[in-house]
Design a protein around this ligand. Structure first.
Ligand SMILES: *Cc1c(COP(=O)(O)O)cnc(C)c1O
Length: 394
């Protein structure tokens, strides 16, 4: 844990760390919450006489330091790094770990922006990739190219079908091949799952989602468990410069402080939504790792505290009913993204996953994805009930 974290917070429970890790009340004013240090540069007391190690805000800013210490403590990692977006974090990590000629294994249902980064940015630079299903450990192992594969990259749960990768098993597969395991922990958040404690080497976050949690800031983070990797990432964070600004860092840190209570309510509400949908004849299938029939249920039960706030389902009336349901929803806002306090509904086939239509990654056209928020659950259920309409017979 970073030296920024007060000693009493280092070995404490998750909620205590969420509130105290990364920052001690300001020496001069006693400010309980880190100020937004809107400064690009810092006065030096004589040449090379930096106060507190700050010289220029791309290299370091105290508000960002507080966020980085906090998220490192929540993921139980050695060091955290905050970026302007999740994709900025991902690109910086790949530049830190890979060179042209290297190879990575990625999920065959990776987040679309992540896939585009690998296919359109890293691949032309010289980094090859093979896509495999994260829920199939043997397929992930078979995708490794001995000597060339530097990173096995997984998301779990994945989007929008919520496939589950076995982090412990995949860490062993990666390490056997001399590669690192990187886990995009955006969907679970550090409250539900701590990949570094299961053997992963690096955790990636789009803090835009559950960590920020209020749909008011775009950001990304990396947490590493090894000082060697931390040094490389620190160098590339400063050299590439895609850092989180002080206000963005402040908003994200404010979000993290309430992560535990928000996630519990997201999960409570999602479970009730699942129960409602599973009992409704207008719904053909509910996809949620908390359901015993979900293929990843056993692994999810082992490695997650609860099953999260994302619920996907297929309607019985085909694509038109799915589109109509999205259009009729009122409490659920029709929008992309996820992980905020407000409930969102979307049609992956036409929205978030439109770019994979016609490929092996295509999602069913009757699929709807919900990001279940923390509103009054009865209002959410009533909204879904009216939005589903008359259903297939109507
Ligand atoms: C949103 C998201 C990203 C990308 O993050 P940005 O903050 O939008 O750059 C990466 N991975 C997952 C799983 C996401 O949901």
């Amino acid at each position: 844990m970073t030296e920024q974290t007060p000693e009493h917070a280092q070995k404490s429970g998750f909620e205590t760390r969420a509130i105290h890790a990364g920052y001690e009340p300001d020496e001069m004013t006693g400010a309980v919450i880190p100020p937004i240090y809107a400064t690009s540069t810092y006065k030096q007391d004589g040449v090379g006489g930096m106060r507190g190690g700050y010289e220029y805000s791309r290299s370091g800013n105290p508000t960002r330091t507080a966020l980085e210490g906090n998220i490192a403590a929540l993921e139980e990692g050695e060091r955290g790094f905050a970026f302007a977006s999740g994709l900025a974090a991902e690109h910086t990590l790949l530049q830190s770990l890979c060179r042209p000629g290297d190879h990575v294994v990625i999920p065959d249902d990776a987040y679309g922006g992540t896939y585009r980064l690998f296919a359109k940015v890293e691949q032309p630079w010289g980094l090859a990739h093979t896509a495999a299903p994260v829920s199939d450990v043997d397929a992930m192992r078979a995708a490794i190219r001995p000597g060339e594969t530097k990173v096995v990259w997984v998301e779990t749960p994945t989007n929008p079908l919520l496939n589950i990768g076995d982090i412990e098993a995949l860490a062993a597969v990666a390490h056997d091949a001399g590669a690192l395991l990187v886990v995009d922990n955006t969907f679970a958040s550090p409250y539900l799952q701590q990949p570094l404690t299961l053997g992963a080497d690096v955790v990636v976050h789009s803090t835009t989602k559950y960590c920020g949690g209020h749909s008011d800031v775009v950001g990304g983070a990396l947490v590493v468990r090894d000082l060697d990797v931390a040094e490389k990432v620190a160098f590339h964070q400063n050299s590439i410069g895609a850092v989180a600004g002080p206000f963005d860092a402040w908003l994200t840190l404010r979000g993290l402080k309430t992560l535990a209570v928000r996630m519990d309510r997201h999960c409570d509400n999602a479970e009730k939504v699942v129960e409602f949908l599973a009992g409704d004849p207008r719904v053909a299938q509910v996809v949620y790792p908390g359901l015993p029939e979900h293929p990843g249920h056993a692994v999810a039960s082992r490695q997650m505290k609860r099953y999260g706030g994302i619920v996907s389902f297929r309607v019985a009336g085909g694509e038109q009913q799915a589109l109509d349901t999205c259009g009729r929803a009122k409490v659920f806002t029709l929008a992309e993204s996820l992980g905020g306090i407000e409930s969102l509904i979307e049609h992956p086939g036409r929205m978030t996953h439109a770019s994979v239509a016609g490929t092996a990654l295509e999602v069913p056209s009757d699929l709807i994805r919900l990001s279940v928020g923390i509103e009054t659950v009865e209002d959410l259920l009533a909204d879904l009930d009216q939005a589903l309409g008359a259903g297939p017979v109507g």
